[in-house]
Design a protein around this ligand. Structure first.
Ligand code: PLP
Length: 386
């Protein structure tokens, strides 16, 4: 077994060996600029075209519908801000309470600049309030941005249904699919989605590369201005090794998506069941019916997530907690708060997010370590009385 048991794949993933092999020459001897006229640069351009085709294949769209960016955050910003520029007369953005900060912080800034932001609520399982969504689709809405899958709970939103509702009102629909790409099969040519964000480092490519799908015919003002790269839709000399890496990673993700939805899902289910069984006062957060195959978010009542993480860290186990330290106090995440998870449970929430590199042996090791950790912390908890 590895020294590190990595179950924090929604934060970032290990770069696949095949991906490193594919990108390495472009960090070294093949350093040409794809915009150059000479063939030394030209051969790099060919590789970028191959990467674009590979990303498009995984998403089920046309290569020319993919714009390479620097990360998922940039893709989200570009989609929202770039759309608003094309429809200045519309002043409302519709999103959800549980989006990643890449979308929520963008919306908060837009609000300061006079836009109206409507954040759709979720229920206790993290499911979207579809009635509120339907009622909010007014003629003033420029763009609807709803994530495909939640990074904290893994809850999957019904993007096809949402896209159909949004399209029927002639509004642009963007989805942040940073956590969904490579984990859920998708065919964008058949879906009512106008724009979609993805990120390389969530699917075994390195950090610093992302993508934005823009359906043919969708109007979008460029976010980054400068040269003519990406057909004028995103200026800046390309992150050549990163793009090549993301192309290869998408290729591998396509080949492994079946495994993700069978073996990885079974590992996640085994981990979840094992923990629930051995740790009293634990419960799963999120919509267990519609969930990413690799994610489980578990609350342990009356103890703090940070303390659990520190103790797991001693065994080399990497996971995440659902609370963040803000100004000295631990605040439960905005996602768990939006779901109305009780304070005593939200504080003690841990996210395990697996990948195809995890094994049954690792899962069993984590289950074995979890209950002594939880019992020990409960003994120390001021909230638990004997
Ligand atoms: N959107 C979601 C749902 C995410 O989980 C993340 C990263 O955690 C992002 C956007 C941001 O992606 P990046 O780290 O590539 O900027």
């Amino acid at each position: 077994m590895n020294d590190v048991i990595y179950m924090d794949n929604n934060a970032t993933t290990m770069v696949a060996e095949e991906v490193i092999a594919e990108m390495t020459p472009y960090l070294g001897r093949l350093y040409g600029n794809p915009s150059s006229m000479h063939s030394f640069g030209g051969q790099v351009g060919g590789k970028i075209a191959q990467a674009r085709a590979r990303v498009a294949k995984l998403l089920g769209c046309l290569p020319e519908e993919i714009i390479f960016t620097s990360c998922g955050t940039e893709s989200d910003n570009a989609a929202i801000r770039g759309t608003l520029e094309t429809i200045p007369q519309r002043r409302t953005v519709l999103t959800t309470r549980v989006e990643h900060p890449a979308v929520l912080s963008t919306c908060r800034q837009l609000e300061r600049h006079g836009y109206a932001i409507v954040e759709i609520a979720v229920d206790k399982q993290g499911r979207l309030d579809m009635d509120q969504l339907a009622d909010s689709l007014t003629d003033d809405v420029a763009i609807v941005s709803v994530m495909w899958a939640n990074n904290e709970t893994g809850t999957v939103f019904p993007v096809e249904q949402i896209g159909a509702m949004v399209r029927a009102r002639g509004i642009v629909f963007h989805t942040d699919a940073v956590q969904a790409v490579g984990k859920l099969p998708m065919k964008l040519s058949d879906l009512p989605i106008d724009m979609l964000s993805l990120s390389g480092h969530k699917l075994h490519a390195p950090k610093g590369v992302g993508g934005l799908y823009v359906r043919k015919g969708t109007r979008l003002s460029p976010f980054m201005l400068g040269g003519h790269q990406e057909s004028g839709r995103r200026a800046g000399t390309e992150n050549v090794p990163g793009i090549i890496a993301m192309g290869k990673a998408c290729d591998l993700a396509g080949a492994n998506i079946e495994d993700e939805n069978t073996r990885v899902r079974q590992l996640r289910d085994r981990l979840e069941a094992g923990i629930l069984q051995t740790c009293p006062g634990s419960m799963v957060n999120g919509d267990t019916e519609n969930r990413l195959p690799n994610t489980t978010n578990i609350s342990f009542e009356y103890i703090e997530g940070e303390a659990i993480l520190l103790m797991l860290n001693r065994f080399g186990i990497c996971a995440s907690s659902g609370s963040a330290c803000t100004s000295g106090s631990l605040e439960p995440s905005h996602v768990l708060r939006a779901m109305g998870v009780p304070f005593t449970a939200a504080h003690g929430s841990i996210r395990f997010s697996l990948s195809r590199y995890n094994t049954e042996e690792e899962v069993d090791f984590v289950i074995e370590k979890m209950s002594p950790v939880v019992n020990r912390l409960r003994e120390l908890s001021p909230f638990v009385t004997a």
